[in-house]
Design a protein around this ligand. Structure first.
Ligand code: C2E
Ligand code: CA
Ligand code: CA
Length: 571
């Protein structure tokens, strides 16, 4: 009897333990935010736990028989075949765990399956967990989207575009065809015309991006690179995806302005550079580089220009890179020298000063114009050392002549933008003047308006400092670029050098005559001196005299000459 009692107590305790465990598992399931479907193959039992009703609201699963209903409902609700996952045939599956994702319109459900087997390898139990992973999935999608697309325009970003372009190039190599690459620079046409800010507004850029996305399709991909540059890659261009067709459509589109939300209209201007694989380059980055080089030229070539990368440009690039290397060595090889050109009083033809002009003789003896090598030297960083050589050498030479011939004239120096921008520029210049005993009042720096446009405030502040020390400033090439007389007022400038392009047509073109006349009149009012550069004929000289120009420089009165010749002349 005691024994029986004991057995009953034991059973009761075990039951209690079971119900406790059952409670515990139930709670775990409820708190997990998942739903569970449990199938016992040995006993043909089915149970659901957790948030099952959230995932399958109208299905009640109590029995194996109910599973058929569940399949139907699930297949209605989710896209992927469900039956596979819920199979009852125990032997089909050989992995005991797997993840399958089911998707309805806006939720992603991840199913994790776990199976137990008996010693004979037969499945005995199966548990399927359903978990809502939509949030995670959307975050991942955003990340993937951001990695591939530029958010505001919805076009491919540069990194992904480079990958697609590479794919195109591989494919083209196998199919023996070509890939065309268009680099498109956009700018605000009106601002560009006034010579100030070139960037288009954000809204206009986005609208333009949207327009470009219409070309996207089979074998055409469009990318937004940065602020104002878009790229289009065309695989095997033909039919309506020829370069001519796409360029034509772009040029046509920018003829009409883009309407902004504010009601304002933005007129865009494009510069398009085109390079073709395999002709221009072998890798995607090189191809992009080639297209960008010609895009730069197109940008400078006026409104809506298209430029192709071709053999001529390739040749030019090779020449430039050769020149770049030679330039780096030129300083140590002493292959630079100076020319000096006299400036005269327009009336009495009395010497006003001399302008130092740098010259470069290449190792093969050929002379290269500063117009050709200065841009390259500016780009590869050697301009600063060339400039400081010019500054010292010309001040040194000038000092010798001054003493030797007891001169009362000016030394004019051309100052490049990169040199002018340098922090220690003023100090170094003053140091040099002191070292050779030249007065600041005897030095005139020729700078171009470009320096002012880059950073007006910094540039004018520096000018004021230079002026305080007594150094003179001349605005070079006046009348070409953005030349506005308005900003001259209040600038510490002493001299305007009227550009030789204008002087060249002072006789032949009546309008030029009028422009020069008004420049001179305005300069007079502002208390500035005027120099006409590039005066080649007596006729020009007389006309400039009539217009009231103060000084003359040019082949007529004196060509740029070697040091020895200048010295001879000064004598
Ligand atoms: P720029 O300062 O406007 O110099 C005037 C240019 O016109 C010089 O060309 C000069 O040789 C040329 N020229 C002078 N008179 C006449 C003429 O009557 N007719 C014609 N057709 N041309 C004339 P260059 O020496 O080839 O210099 C070109 C430019 O290179 C200069 O233009 C200047 O911007 C720059 N440059 C020259 N030397 C230096 C330098 O030492 N440092 C810097 N930073 N730039 C320099
Ligand atoms: Ca000059
Ligand atoms: Ca000039």
């Amino acid at each position: 009897m005691d024994d029986l009692r004991y057995q009953v107590d034991l059973l009761g305790a075990m039951n209690q333990k079971l119900t406790n465990e059952e409670k515990m598992y139930r709670m775990i399931c409820d708190m997990s935010g998942s739903a569970f479907l449990y199938i016992n193959f040995t006993e043909n039992q089915v149970r659901v736990l957790g948030d099952f009703s959230v995932f399958f609201p109208d299905v009640e699963v109590k029995d194996v028989k109910d599973l058929a209903k569940l399949y139907t409902k699930a297949e209605e609700k989710y896209v992927l075949p469900f039956r596979d996952l819920l199979f009852l045939e125990k032997s089909q599956r050989n992995t005991d765990e797997g993840v399958i994702r089911l998707k309805d319109e806006n939720t992603w459900v991840e199913c994790t399956v776990s199976v137990l087997y008996d010693e004979g390898g037969e499945a005995t139990d199966k548990m399927i967990r359903f978990q809502d992973i939509s949030k995670l999935k959307n975050q991942n999608d955003d990340l993937a989207y951001m990695a591939y697309y530029d958010m505001p325009t919805g076009l491919y970003n540069k990194n992904y575009f480079v990958r697609l372009l590479t794919d195109y190039m591989h494919k083209a190599e196998q199919d023996h065809t070509v890939v065309s690459l268009l680099c498109i620079d956009i700018g605000d046409y009106r601002k560009q015309k006034s010579g100030l800010i070139l960037f288009a507004g954000e809204e206009g850029t986005q609208q333009f991006g949207k327009f470009l996305s219409s070309f996207q399709g089979d074998n055409v991909v469009v990318s937004y690179f940065n602020t104002d540059i878009f790229c289009i890659a065309i695989y095997d261009p033909r039919g309506n995806r020829t370069v001519e067709n796409i360029c034509g459509q772009i040029q046509k589109r920018v003829e009409t302005p883009f309407e902004l939300k504010s009601g304002q209209k933005e007129m865009l201007s494009v510069g398009i550079g085109i390079a073709e694989y395999p002709e221009a380059a072998g890798t995607a980055l090189e191809l992009i580089n080639c297209a960008e080089i010609v895009m730069e030229q197109a940008r400078r070539g006026g409104r809506n220009t298209v430029r192709y990368f071709d053999a001529v440009i390739l040749d030019e690039l090779a020449k430039n890179s050769r020149m770049e290397n030679e330039l780096k060595e030129a300083l140590s090889n002493l292959s630079f020298y100076l020319n000096f050109q006299p400036q005269y009083d327009a009336k009495e033809e009395k010497l006003r000063g001399i302008e130092a002009l740098v010259r470069w003789q290449r190792p093969d003896g050929r002379k290269v114009s500063p117009m050709d090598f200065i841009p390259i030297a500016e780009k590869n960083g050697s301009m600063i050392s060339i400039d400081s050589w010019v500054v010292e050498e010309s001040i040194r030479t000038f000092a010798i002549w001054k003493k030797k011939f007891d001169l009362d004239i000016l030394l004019s120096l051309n100052i490049s933008a990169s040199q002018y921008r340098e922090d220690g520029f003023t100090d170094r210049l003053l140091g040099m003047l002191k070292k050779y005993g030249v007065k600041p009042e005897e030095l005139e720096l020729e700078i171009t308006e470009g320096i002012l446009l880059e950073d007006f405030r910094a540039a004018t502040e520096k000018m004021c400092v230079l002026k305080d020390y007594g150094i003179r400033i001349a605005l070079d090439d006046f009348g070409t670029g953005y030349s506005s007389l308005a900003y001259l007022k209040g600038l510490p400038v002493n001299t305007l050098k009227i550009d030789k392009d204008l002087i060249g047509s002072v006789i032949s073109d009546q309008n030029t005559g009028i422009i020069i006349e008004s420049v001179i009149a305005m300069a007079k009012k502002l208390g500035l001196e005027t120099i006409a550069e590039g005066v080649e004929t007596k006729e020009q000289l007389n006309r400039l005299n009539e217009l009231g120009c103060d000084y003359i420089q040019g082949y007529l009165l004196g060509r740029p000459m070697r040091k020895e010749d200048m010295e001879q002349m000064l004598k």
